[in-house]
Design a protein around this ligand. Structure first.
Ligand code: ATP
Ligand code: MN
Ligand code: MN
Length: 296
């Protein structure tokens, strides 16, 4: 098929990737072709790790950081230092819809993206709070709203998305002046304020047993070489749920669920309402840090 200037030879499009839903690799390709124009702005410059399922989501997962040698030249790649300093890995970057379609044809259900861009890899352009609920939908909904209110008090704008899994991600746009350690320390202190205010509902305990039914505020995504699921990526779970940007008002709905949006529904939602996220300027954490110290 032709996508923009690129010709992609699709293979095995009838292969079923989601057996419960009867969704095929062809459906995945068509999905990424449709959402590509909305998704690629969020992926520009970001190294990817690839989560692939050549025989469907119930079979073997292939997870890799590198872009294989056989990828065509037109797929952008960037050599990135490994986290442990042992050399480099050539990561794929999705600069256009054609790349997303190519990856879908590789049975890449979820491309995971870095929080920084390849030109300044140590300085993230977003901070992510990964809200991991114990169960149900209420804990993440409430946690996201409390977090939003606190960050708003600190002078920081936020956007929120479903993960396609159980929880939510709250993003803060950054101006890339701070490195990961600074950003993560800030995130940890923000999470600490929420825990101090409401220890019955929130925790920063990494160990699952110690969370005891509380919402885990996971700030560990905010590190060099770590990834998060990007907006509009499909997850390898029954129903083919999609990580979906929300308008904050959508969390006011008492029937709110984090797994509501899927490969089948998101194209229509985008067609109808467009992408709900505003384009936000990246912020510095210097002033919010001072305000946080006053709030704590
Ligand atoms: P959920 O809402 O169900 O928690 P999630 O995408 O937030 O979904 P997490 O397990 O909280 O899932 O992980 C957060 C992010 O960290 C993921 O989106 C993914 O990009 C990355 N990640 C987590 N675990 C792994 C892993 N084992 N290998 C690679 N990346 C991972
Ligand atoms: Mn999570
Ligand atoms: Mn997590």
């Amino acid at each position: 098929m032709k996508v923009g200037r690129r010709t992609i030879n699709l293979s095995n499009t009838a292969k079923v990737l989601f057996p419960d839903d009867g969704l095929t690799k062809g459906d995945l390709v068509e999905y990424y072709e449709t959402v590509g124009p909305h998704m690629t702005p969020y992926l520009r410059g970001r190294p990817l790790s690839l989560e692939r399922y050549p025989d469907g989501i119930d079979a073997q997962q292939i997870f890799h950081q590198n872009a294989p040698q056989y990828f065509p030249d037109w797929i952008e790649t960037a050599p990135m230092d490994r986290v442990d300093g042992s050399g480099q890995v050539s990561h794929a970057i999705a600069r256009d819809t054609a790349t997303l379609v190519y990856l879908a044809n590789q049975a890449c259900i979820t491309p995971h993206s870095w929080l920084s861009r390849a030109d300044r890899p140590d300085n993230p352009d977003q901070l992510i709070f990964d809200l991991d609920p114990p169960d149900g939908f209420e804990a993440a909904r409430r946690g996201a709203l409390d977090l939003r209110a606190l960050l708003d008090d600190l002078g920081l704008p936020t956007v929120v998305k479903t993960t396609g899994g159980k929880g939510l991600h709250v993003h803060v746009p950054l101006d890339r002046t701070a490195d990961f350690d600074t950003v993560r320390a800030f995130a940890r202190d923000v999470a600490g304020v929420l825990v101090a205010r409401d220890p019955k509902h929130y925790t920063i305990e990494q160990r699952k047993a110690a969370r005891k039914g509380r919402l885990y505020l996971d700030i560990m995504r905010n590190a060099y070489g770590q990834t998060a699921v990007p907006p509009y990526a499909v997850r390898a779970r029954p129903g083919a749920p999609v990580a979906t940007p929300l308008d904050w008002s959508e969390l006011d709905d008492p029937k709110f669920r984090t797994d509501h949006h899927t490969l089948r529904t998101v194209p229509h939602r985008l067609d109808h309402d467009g992408d709900p996220w505003p384009r936000l300027r990246g912020r510095s954490l210097t002033k919010p840090r001072k305000r946080l110290e006053q709030a704590a």
